[in-house]
Write a protein that binds this ligand. Structure first.
Ligand code: ADP
Ligand code: ZN
Length: 606
């Protein structure tokens, strides 16, 4: 390993060791070779180009698609004492000129640039006149025309190779799939690059998916209160209306929750996003419009009140939790209605058949993940062609294995009821028939005289809903195209209907008695010991004050993990303080005394 790189890791960033494969990636660039790095969110991609940019002569040029991301990175680098700047449309003309001057004078180790600006002839000329350490292309999946983050300017980045031969290039992404990888290689001309693929597992995220027997909001509130009081989190909802409603309701319950969706004014959205980043413990209730480019490290939970359309979307959205590696929750609740809505949206969409087939396949995979009775992480990783040998022990099905039961007979009744009523009715009606309800509509259609009338009295309405949900999720029943929610039999259900195959279903938990899986961490106050708790709060207060004074988010002063280590170690001297992970030379000098004073004060008072 390169000794200079290790020296920078320790003195500037305050970390003891490289994570795999950081050291090798850095070596590759230091040898002037190209690299492609595929690593999950929170894996530690930034250091892969930041350290070689500092170690090599000249400036490292980082292409980044989002202004917010650039600003965040530059603020964090400056905190660590690195000379970094960005060039994008948020700067005034004179500010931009200033940055260019620093660049020409060779004063910058790192310069972040938006792709469209990099490609301007003036900028390329400028770069021709200075020494360049490397080019880093962050969020490299933006070159993919098939991905949802496609940025046309990214394709033109291929000119860097021709214009600056000999300058090593590194492309980085957290998008795992094979087609995207191939596209990055061809479009960016990275055929010679060494490829580094990390596991996409996020072991600190606890996956939990529960059925919704009604009262989703209340369950969300209970989850936040019991397990994440005071924590920052994101709550995803399908529609804008639902976002507004849930945000207002949570706020009325005394939580600091804000709405975020494309229907809000730009300045309102910007304000809410800034509060989410800069304050502690803000809950963002959002549509999927929110999230890309949010790299707040201490998002402790991501909650879904509606089902994502695909496993990819689920992985990406839940992946915004726990970038700092501390325990975090991915919590989701879903019910029969979600399944019906998504199936209907898909079938009634304008897209062509081939497209629909792909989408149907994706949704099936997502529903499969939801209905699973084995380890969710194994299934999630398998979806990305990765094998996890053992069940993870950190998902709901591992922690409290669901009971299954032989539902063949009730399934036959449910399917047969669809058949007898002519495949024209929705779930509520079908359940009423099964329960033998005294109902005017049932009588009008003569369904009080069919053989399935009243044969389902042994089960309750919620139990029947659970059965129908699972039958739909498994594709044994389909939903009509006209959008009235009528259920139809699919070919796949015949063997069950005929009694040739048995069907085992997940036993639904009664909401009131639902077993609580123990919290991933507790909450923002991770300490059980009262003195530790006290110290933790005092350190957080100091961090917030220091951050406010400089108008930066608290986490760029120190991460939660660094504060937690201070509580555990209780350093007494600057020498001891320097050993805490995340304390580099600049932060030691800038903040060491202040934190030591708080530690002494709190411990002295106890
Ligand atoms: P990514 O860009 O891959 O999502 P980051 O580069 O933001 O991830 O890193 C995620 C977190 O891990 C950051 O808090 C970073 O400081 C931390 N980190 C990265 N490398 C190391 C290391 N070698 N030791 C300790 N912490 C690290
Ligand atoms: Zn598991």
């Amino acid at each position: 390993m390169n000794p200079q790189a290790l020296q920078i890791l320790r003195s500037t960033f305050g970390y003891e060791q490289f994570r795999a494969p950081q050291a090798e990636v850095i070596d590759t660039l230091l040898h002037g070779q190209d690299a492609l790095v595929l690593m999950p969110t929170g894996g530690g991609k930034s250091l892969c180009y930041q350290i070689p940019a500092m170690a090599r002569a000249g400036t490292g040029i980082v292409v980044s698609p989002l202004i917010a991301l650039m600003q965040d990175q530059v603020v964090a680098l400056k905190q660590a004492g690195v000379s970094a700047a960005f060039l994008n449309s948020s700067l005034s003309l004179s500010e931009a000129r200033d940055v260019e001057q620093q660049l020409i004078q060779g004063k910058l180790d790192l310069l972040y640039v938006a792709p469209e600006r990099l490609l301007m002839e003036r900028m390329l000329d400028l770069l021709g006149r200075i020494e360049i350490a490397l080019f880093a292309i962050d969020e490299a999946h933006c070159v993919s025309q098939w991905g949802h983050d496609f940025r046309p300017e990214y394709i033109q980045l291929s000119i860097l190779q021709a214009r600056f031969p000999g300058v090593p290039r590194i492309a980085l992404t957290a998008t795992a799939d094979e087609p995207t990888r191939r596209e990055i290689i061809t479009r960016l001309g990275l055929q010679q690059a060494r490829v580094f693929i990390s596991s996409f597992d996020r072991p600190n995220i606890r996956y939990r998916i529960a059925q919704n027997p009604g009262g989703a909001r209340e369950q969300l509130l209970r989850f936040i209160r019991e397990e994440h009081a005071g924590d920052a989190g994101i709550v995803y909802c399908l529609s804008r209306k639902r976002v507004d409603e849930v945000a207002a309701w949570l706020a009325a319950q005394g939580l600091s929750a804000l709405p975020y969706h494309a229907g809000l004014d730009n300045h309102v959205r910007a304000k809410h996003q800034a509060r989410f980043l800069n304050e502690e413990g803000v809950i963002m209730v959002a549509t999927i419009a929110f999230g890309m480019g949010i790299d707040k490290p201490n998002v402790r939970f991501v909650a879904h009140l509606s089902l994502p359309k695909s496993v990819e979307a689920y992985y990406q959205e839940t992946g915004r939790a726990g970038r700092d590696g501390l325990p975090s929750d991915a919590w989701m609740i879903y019910g029969l209605q979600d399944v019906i809505t998504l199936r209907q949206m898909l079938e009634s969409s304008e897209s062509d058949d081939a497209h629909k087939r792909v989408e149907r396949h994706k949704l099936d995979a997502m529903l499969g993940l939801c209905e699973l009775t084995t380890c969710r992480r194994q299934a999630l990783l398998a979806y990305f062609s990765e094998t996890l040998e053992q069940p993870c022990g950190n998902c709901d099905t591992c922690l409290s294995p669901p009971e299954t039961w032989d539902a063949s007979l009730p399934a036959q009744k449910a399917l047969s009821c669809v058949h007898r009523t002519g495949q024209r009715f929705g779930v509520n009606y079908l359940i009423d028939v099964l329960l033998g309800k005294d109902d005017e509509r049932i009588q009008r259609f003569g369904h009080d005289a069919i053989s399935t009338f009243g044969i389902g009295r042994d089960l309750s309405t919620p139990e029947w809903r659970g059965i129908y949900r699972q039958l739909i999720a498994r594709g044994l029943l389909t939903i009509d195209l006209e959008g009235h929610g009528a259920l139809r039999l699919s070919d796949a259900c015949r063997p069950i209907l005929r009694g040739e195959e048995s069907l085992w279903l997940r036993r639904e938990l009664k909401p009131s008695r639902s077993k609580k899986t123990k919290s991933a961490r507790g909450s923002a106050s991770p300490f059980t010991d009262e003195r530790d708790q006290h110290l933790w709060e005092a350190l957080r207060t100091l961090r917030r004050q220091l951050a406010e004074k400089q108008s930066v988010p608290p986490y760029v002063v120190f991460h939660d993990a660094t504060l937690a280590e201070m509580v555990a170690v209780r350093p007494q001297t600057l020498g001891e303080f320097a050993h805490i992970s995340g304390v580099g030379e600049r932060k030691l000098a800038a903040y060491g005394e202040a934190f030591l004073a708080v530690i002494r004060e709190v411990l002295g008072a106890l």
